[in-house]
Design a protein around this ligand. Structure first.
Ligand code: FES
Ligand SMILES: [Fe+2]
Length: 614
C-alpha cells in the first residue's frame, strides 16, 4: 500500500514538473527571458512559487530543465524521422525537413524558447552544454546526407556538399525566425515546398529525376508556381513557366526525359512498298531508319555505320533492294542488319563480325503505322491507344495508302521548319479555346462543341461534329455538300472530325474521307520541324478526290493560322512581360500535357531556370 502511494506521488510530481515546464515555455514566449518572473510562470498553471521551489531548486534550474526539454524533443524527433525513413540519403533529408517544420517540434512557443536562450548561450556554459553538442550533431547530419547525395552521383569535384548543406540549414533557421514573427499564420507547407525547391535546384540529378521519392511521401515535387504564385487557389490552373520554351538546358532534359523513351512515328507500312524500301527518321542528334527485308519483315535500325559512324542511308526515303552500303569505306549490311562485307578485309585483325552489324531499335506497328523508340521503357503504342482503339480501328488505317496532297505540295513527307517551340505548337493543337477566334473557316464547317478527353499514357482525344448547313465559306459549304457516306464508318463518325495526340509529339487527324499524321520534332529551343503525311483508303472517285481537296484546303488554312498564332505566342514567351498564365476548362488537354511534362521534368515547376546543373 505504501509502495502504491509512493508511485502515485511520483506520477503527480512528474506531471507537475511537466506542467511547470509547459508553463515556462508559454511564459518565455510571452515575456522573454529578461522579464521573466516566477509569478509569470506559475500564473499559467495555477501553482505557487513554493511548488516551483519544491520541484526545482530555483527558477534558474526550471529554465535549464525547460531548455533541456525542448532540445531533447527536437533531437528525438529529428532522429526518429531519419531512422524511420528509407536508407536513401535524399529521402532522409526530406524526412529531416518534414520533422524540422512539423507543427509540434517548431511550435511558435518552442521556437521562442530557442531564440530566448540563443543570445545567452555564448556566455553560459550550462546552456552551451545542453544545446552545443546537439546543434553540432544536427548540422553534421545535414552535411552527411548532402555529402552522400553528392558522392552517390560522383560529383565531389563539381559540387560542394558542405556549402549546399549550409544553405539548407540556413534556410531552415530562417524559417524558424519567420515562425517566431508570424506565429500561427506561418505557412509550413509553403516552407517545405521551398526546401524541396532548393533541393531540386542544388541536386537536380537526385530530386527531379526521382519523382517517386516525393510520391512515396504523398507530397508533390517542388513547385514554386503552386507555392509562390499570387492568389494561389485550387481552382486556378497555372501554365508552364515561359523559360521552358526557350532554354538550352531544359531542351537537353526534354530529349532525355521525354523523347528518348517515347514512341516516334516513322511512316506507314505502305510507305515501304517493296523489298529494300526505307524511310529515315531524325530526331535531336539521333538518326534512324526503317526498312523492309526480303521476307517482308520490317526492321528499325540506328542510321549509323558500325565502322566509323557514317550514316548508312542518306535520303529521307528510298530503296536499297540488295544490301545497305556505307558510303565512307564501303562496309555492307544485309537488310536484316548483319554485316556482310568489308573492303580490304585482310587489313583488319580478327574480330567478331556479329558485334559490328546494324544496331536495332525497338519497333511497333500499330494499325499500319510504324513506331520506333530509342529506349524500350513504358507502355506499347497499342496500350497507349487502348481507350480509343475501337474508334481508331473503324477508320481502317491499316489498309490506307499515302495520298500526296496537291495543297501540301506534292509528294513524300511534308515538312516545314518553324520558329515555334514544339510545346507551344502542341498546346495550340490540343485546345479549342482559340477555335472561333482563330479559325473562321473551320468554324464555318464545324460546331464549336468539342469532346475533350485526357487519357492515360499521354493520349488525348479531341473531337467535334460538322454543322448541318455551313454558310459563308466556299470550301466548307462544298465540302459538306459533297461529303459522301462511307460504308466502313458508323453513323456517329460520318460527319465528325477527331484528333488523337500521343505525347510528346505525334498527332492523328481523322476525317471521314482521309487522315493524316503530324509531328512536331524539336530542332532547338523555340524551333521545330513539322512533319506530316496524309493517307486514305483506295478510292479514286471524282467526288472523294474533290472532298479531299476541300478538306486539305480548309486544314492548310487552319495550319497557317495556327503557325501565325503560335509564332506570336513564341515571341511573347521570350519577353520579360510574361512569366506564366492560367488555363480555362476548355484548355483541359493543355493541362494534361503540362502535367505530363511536370511529372517527367520536375524543374518545369520552377518559375525560373535552375542555376546549378540544370
Ligand atoms: S564509316 Fe562506314 S565503312 Fe567506314
Ligand atoms: Fe488552331
Amino acid at each position: 500500500m505504501a509502495q502504491t502511494q509512493t508511485g502515485i506521488t511520483q506520477v503527480i510530481q512528474s506531471e507537475r514538473k511537466r506542467l511547470l515546464i509547459e508553463a515556462t515555455i508559454t511564459a518565455i514566449n510571452e515575456h522573454g527571458l529578461s522579464n521573466l518572473t516566477l509569478a509569470k510562470i506559475t500564473g499559467h498553471v495555477g501553482m505557487t512559487a513554493g511548488t516551483v521551489s519544491f520541484h526545482f531548486d530555483s527558477k534558474e534550474s526550471l529554465l535549464l530543465e525547460t531548455l533541456k526539454f525542448v532540445a531533447e524533443e527536437f533531437e528525438h524527433e529529428i532522429n526518429l524521422a531519419i531512422d524511420n525513413s528509407d536508407h536513401d540519403a535524399g529521402m532522409r533529408l526530406c524526412s529531416l525537413i518534414e520533422a524540422n517544420l512539423d507543427a509540434r517540434v517548431s511550435e511558435t512557443r518552442k521556437v521562442a524558447v530557442w531564440y530566448a536562450f540563443l543570445s545567452e548561450t555564448r556566455t553560459r556554459k550550462d546552456y552551451q552544454e545542453i544545446c552545443g553538442d546537439r546543434d553540432k550533431a544536427y548540422y553534421k547530419k545535414i552535411r552527411e546526407l548532402c555529402e552522400q547525395i553528392v558522392e552517390e552521383a560522383g560529383k565531389q569535384n563539381l559540387v560542394s556538399a558542405d556549402i549546399l548543406a549550409d544553405g539548407l540549414a540556413g534556410m531552415l533557421d530562417g524559417f524558424w525566425s519567420d515562425i517566431l514573427f508570424s506565429g500561427d499564420s506561418f505557412d509550413r507547407e509553403n516552407a517545405k515546398q521551398r526546401c524541396y525547391l532548393y533541393l531540386a535546384n542544388v541536386f537536380p540529378w537526385r530530386f527531379p529525376l526521382d519523382q517517386q521519392s516525393f510520391e512515396k511521401k504523398n507530397t508533390e515535387a517542388p513547385s514554386n508556381l503552386e507555392a509562390l504564385a499570387p492568389q494561389s487557389s485550387e481552382q486556378i490552373i497555372y501554365t508552364l513557366p515561359s523559360w521552358v520554351y526557350n532554354n538550352h538546358a531544359f531542351f537537353e532534359q526534354e530529349k532525355d526525359l521525354l523523347f528518348m523513351s517515347s514512341w516516334q512515328l516513322v511512316c506507314h507500312v505502305n510507305d515501304l512498298p517493296e523489298v529494300g524500301s526505307y524511310v529515315r527518321y531524325d530526331m535531336f542528334n539521333e538518326r534512324a531508319f526503317v526498312i523492309r527485308d526480303k521476307d517482308d519483315k520490317i526492321h528499325a535500325y540506328q542510321n549509323v555505320c558500325s565502322h566509323r559512324a557514317h550514316t548508312i542511308v542518306q535520303n529521307q526515303a528510298g530503296s536499297c533492294p540488295g544490301r545497305l552500303t556505307c558510303p565512307y569505306h564501303g562496309w555492307t549490311y544485309s537488310l536484316d542488319g548483319k554485316r556482310i562485307g568489308i573492303s580490304d578485309s585482310e587489313t583488319f585483325r580478327e574480330h567478331d563480325k556479329n558485334q559490328f552489324g546494324l544496331k536495332r531499335l525497338d519497333l511497333e506497328i500499330y494499325l499500319g503505322f510504324i513506331f520506333i523508340r530509342y529506349r524500350p521503357e513504358g507502355p506499347t503504342v497499342a496500350e497507349c491507344f487502348a481507350p480509343v482503339a475501337k474508334e481508331f480501328k473503324a477508320y481502317r488505317t491499316e489498309e490506307m495508302h499515302a495520298v500526296d496532297s496537291k495543297v501540301y505540295g506534292g509528294s513524300q513527307f511534308w515538312t516545314e521548319v518553324i520558329d515555334i517551340d514544339w510545346k507551344n505548337g502542341l498546346e495550340n493543337y490540343v485546345e479549342d479555346y482559340h477555335f472561333s477566334m482563330g479559325h473562321k473557316g473551320l468554324s464555318a464547317l464545324m460546331k464549336p462543341e468539342y469532346d475533350r478527353e485526357p487519357l492515360p499514357n499521354g493520349v488525348c482525344r479531341l473531337s467535334h461534329e460538322m454543322h448541318d448547313a455551313p454558310r459563308n465559306n466556299w470550301s466548307a459549304e462544298r465540302y459538306r455538300k459533297l461529303l459522301p457516306e462511307f460504308e466502313h464508318l458508323p453513323d456517329n463518325m460520318q460527319k465528325r472530325w477527331t484528333y488523337y495526340t500521343l505525347f510528346p509529339n505525334t498527332f492523328f487527324d481523322m476525317f471521314p474521307e482521309q487522315m493524316d499524321f503530324m509531328q512536331m520534332i524539336p530542332l532547338a529551343p523555340g524551333k521545330m520541324l513539322l512533319r506530316s503525311r496524309s493517307y486514305a483508303l483506295p478510292d479514286d472517285s471524282r467526288t472523294v478526290n474533290a472532298v479531299r481537296y476541300l478538306s486539305d484546303r480548309i486544314n492548310s488554312r487552319v495550319q497557317n493560322e495556327d503557325n501565325v498564332l503560335c509564332a506570336e505566342v513564341q515571341k511573347g514567351l521570350h519577353t520579360s512581360g510574361y512569366e506564366y498564365g492560367i488555363l480555362s476548362d476548355k484548355e483541359v488537354l493543355v493541362k494534361h500535357f503540362q502535367d505530363w511534362i511536370r511529372k517527367r521534368v520536375p524543374v518545369s515547376r520552377l518559375l525560373e531556370p535552375p542555376q546549378i546543373g540544370a
